[in-house]
Design a protein around this ligand. Structure first.
Ligand SMILES: [Mg+2]
Length: 335
């Protein structure tokens, strides 16, 4: 049901109440500002609905909220507050309450129950006496949630008073190392999509630890044409990476990011190596200049991509990662 259909003018509500009473239904009434709807509201309206057959919610107008609560409130305008309340399954009808107090509406519709949420003592409800006088009952529903619109606002204020800390950089950021994955870090398995087939090549972990200890950030740049060709899905690719990152992580190696090209050759993208898209994006993300970036890979495409992006490049054969790491360190030391 469209929540708008539950929002009734006072005149429409007159007819609605008459019809519901004629059908023998117990009418419950409650009211409030419902400025930032929260768990306490939802719980109390749900409990209120359990006490009756039909629940009316009178939502305070913007002017009345400003008067009785705070001249700077509400945050959410009355039309939207009514819409949100009307969207709850517990609520059968919503109307706007122009006055600060519900007395005149209670006397107008004489609901069977006048229900309030929160810590109001039953007798302190000013309108309670009038309700009992016409034969109605007053119920107070307590919430188990320690929340309120005001508390949410305080929390937001507290959080906005704090600046988000800067990302802690490695103490001596000496540059960026972009690593090809297949054939460089792990044994090359064509269209690899099975995590069980991840095999880290000899020398890789020690080499990466050395680069990391020198203050270099590590990121992977990998072509994954198998995704574009439909041989495996991004989720399979991620599962393989998860296995690789877990094994590297267990040895203290941290890969900061993984860039991948999911396109097939035919798609003519700008990211598939030997194109430079992934490399320029990585340098931008890390704030690394080309002369402080080294690409390490096992193929001609890797070397071409790195050179075209203006980086230094190191070609590695299987089982030669240790020597390549030394080469990277000397290149960056010169740069
Ligand atoms: Mg490769």
């Amino acid at each position: 049901m469209d929540p708008v259909e539950k929002i009734l003018s006072l005149e429409q509500m007159n007819q609605w109440v008459v019809a519901e009473k004629a059908a023998g239904r117990r009418i419950g009434f409650t009211c409030g500002s419902f400025d930032l709807l929260h768990a306490g509201h939802v719980e109390y309206l749900g409990k209120a609905r359990e006490l009756c057959d039909r629940l009316i919610v009178a939502v305070n107008s913007d002017a009345s909220v400003s008067r009785y609560k705070n001249p700077l409130r509400p945050i959410v305008p009355e039309r939207e507050r009514m819409y949100v309340v009307a969207g709850l399954a517990a609520v059968d009808a919503v109307t706007l309450m122009e006055e600060d107090r519900p007395l005149s509406l209670l006397l107008r519709w004489k609901p069977d129950l006048y229900i309030k949420g929160g810590d109001y003592a039953e007798d302190s409800l000013r309108s309670g006496e009038a309700v009992r006088a016409y034969g109605g009952k007053v119920e107070v529903v307590k919430s188990g949630f320690d929340t309120s619109s005001s508390k949410l606002i305080q929390r937001i204020e507290l959080l906005t008073a704090h600046a988000v800390p800067e990302v802690a950089a490695a103490p001596s950021f000496g540059g960026l190392v972009l690593l090809d994955r297949d054939g460089t870090l792990i044994r090359n398995v064509p269209f690899l999509h099975d995590p069980a087939k991840v095999e880290i090549l000899p020398g890789v972990i020690d080499g990466l630890l050395k680069l990391q200890a020198a203050g270099l950030r590590l990121a992977i740049v990998t072509n994954q044409q198998g995704i574009g060709l439909g041989y495996y899905k991004v989720q399979d690719f991620i599962a393989v990476n998860q296995r690789l990152l877990r094994e590297l992580g267990a040895r203290g190696v941290r890969i900061s990011k993984i860039y991948f090209c999911p396109h097939s050759l035919g798609e003519q993208c700008s990211c598939r190596k030997p194109a430079t898209g992934m490399i320029t994006r990585a340098m931008r993300d890390f704030g690394a200049k080309p002369e402080h970036t080294v690409l390490i890979g096992d193929s001609e495409e890797d070397m071409q991509a790195g050179a075209d992006a203006g980086c230094q490049t190191v070609r590695v054969g299987e089982a030669a990662f240790g020597a390549a790491a030394e080469q990277i360190l000397s290149l960056l030391a010169k740069g």
